[in-house]
Design a protein around this ligand. Structure first.
Ligand code: NAD
Ligand code: IPM
Ligand code: MN
Length: 369
């Protein structure tokens, strides 16, 4: 049927605050664009811990598995920072990624024209930036074994995590990066630390091999992760698609967000493998977290969450026009001068989360007539 199942997981902190603004956009799309959704909403993270004693229930994972797409907010609450790793709010997102095999996290860093002066970098460095970071999300040091904290005989403690990547894990995420590059700028930069890590050396070999076999038409380069961090600040437009492992991708994408003016601007799509029925598991979330420092104040930037919904429409529902319409509305609202507090405002109007959300919906309404 043309009714799509959407699972909404607002989570903690500013998650529910920015998700309320997405709900306005969703509502508008249902009324005016013929979008037909069967929406379920569930608790995850600290909110689920408080109600159910676990960061995510099995039922919720099952719902995510059945859904056509998952829209995720953010999880994390300082109230739970004392508990063991298996009981942290963050388990909710880590488990969804693992259980649904959401291995390729697409994190676009796009500089809106209206925000070239909002970056902490010079306008001429960031103007026109359109970068895609493809971050591996189910492997690497996040999940490698052995892991844990052990106490040695002499009372010394030892914290252990292990970086592990296998050939198929590297190949499948590299494939996503090469496929994306073909419909963008046709360039992939693969990032690792092959100078100190065997997992990095294997990463480089596997990417090089796959490139030779299947993607020789795409321009491939390699870069060490520390240099990449520096190059992103020095001259970010040298990059088209960056493909990298879980931890480097996490760090480099937060860095890249500031090129666009704010962490509150960056959406993401996390795609899983093809399923037997030809569909793809997919989850959409901003790259930012629950922002406990501003939660409850009504000042969070809802744009990353709204743009995540746009990515959902594009990748999971194949509604490119609707996705583009939302992105255009965001761009127009920024042109009009509205800013949330996280964006350098230069004296422009600073508005609340809900005023920003309303302005985006108003802009959608204008573009539709
Ligand atoms: P964070 O991304 O929550 O916040 C970092 C800084 O950016 C804060 O100053 C915050 O106020 C600001 N910020 C983030 N998003 C914003 C927005 N939309 N509008 C305005 N300002 C925004 O990172 P953190 O403070 O390191 O982590 C807080 C919690 O979030 C931790 O528990 C962490 O584990 C979790 N986290 C969750 C996710 C996720 O659910 N995917 C992602 C990142 C962090
Ligand atoms: C992100 C977050 C998560 C990560 C945390 C909350 C587990 O920082 O989505 O970027 O490290 O992957
Ligand atoms: Mn992160």
């Amino acid at each position: 049927s043309d009714v799509k199942k959407l699972l909404v997981l607002p989570g903690d902190g500013i998650g529910p605050e920015v998700m309320r603004e997405v709900a306005k956009v969703v509502q508008w799309m249902q009324t005016h664009r013929g979008l037909k959704l069967d929406i379920a909403e569930e608790l995850v993270g600290g909110a689920s811990l408080a109600r159910h004693g676990v960061p995510i229930r099995d039922e919720v994972v099952a719902l995510a598995r059945e859904a056509d797409a998952v829209l995720f907010g953010s999880v994390g609450d300082p109230a739970w920072s004392h508990v063991g790793f298996d009981k942290r709010p963050e388990v909710a997102i880590l488990r969804l990624r693992q259980d649904l095999e959401l291995f390729a996290n697409l994190r676009p860093a796009i500089v809106f024209d209206a925000l070239v002066d909002a970056s902490t970098l010079k306008a001429e460095v960031v103007r026109g930036l359109d970068l895609m970071i493809v971050r591996e999300t189910v492997g690497g040091v996040y999940f490698g074994e052995p892991r844990g904290i052990e106490t040695l005989a002499d009372g010394t403690k030892r914290g252990v995590n292990t970086e592990v990547y296998t050939t198929p894990e590297i190949e499948r995420v590299a494939r996503v990066a090469f496929d994306l590059a073909r419909v963008r700028g046709n360039r992939v930069c693969s990032v690792e630390k092959c100078n100190v890590m065997e997992s990095g050396l294997l990463w480089k070999e596997v990417v090089t091999d796959l490139h030779k076999r299947e993607y020789a038409d795409v321009e491939l380069s390699h870069m060490l992760a520390d240099n990449c961090a520096m190059q992103l600040v020095r001259n970010p437009r040298q990059f088209d698609v960056i493909v990298t492992g879980n931890l480097f991708g996490d760090i480099l994408s937060d860095l890249a967000s500031m090129l666009t003016g704010s962490l509150g601007m960056l959406p993401s799509a996390t795609l899983g493998g093809e399923r037997a029925d030809g569909r793809r598991h997919a989850l959409y979330e901003p790259i930012h977290g629950s922002a406990p420092d501003i939660a409850g104040k009504g000042i969070a930037n809802p744009i990353a969450q709204i743009l995540s919904f746009a990515m959902l429409l594009r990748y999971s529902f194949k509604r490119e026009d609707d996705a583009a319409m939302i992105e255009k509305a965001v761009s127009s609202v920024l042109e009009s001068g509205l800013r949330t507090v996280d964006i350098m405002s230069d004296g422009k109007a600073q508005v609340s989360t809900s005023v920003m959300g309303d302005a985006i919906v108003n802009e959608l309404a204008k573009s539709a007539v």
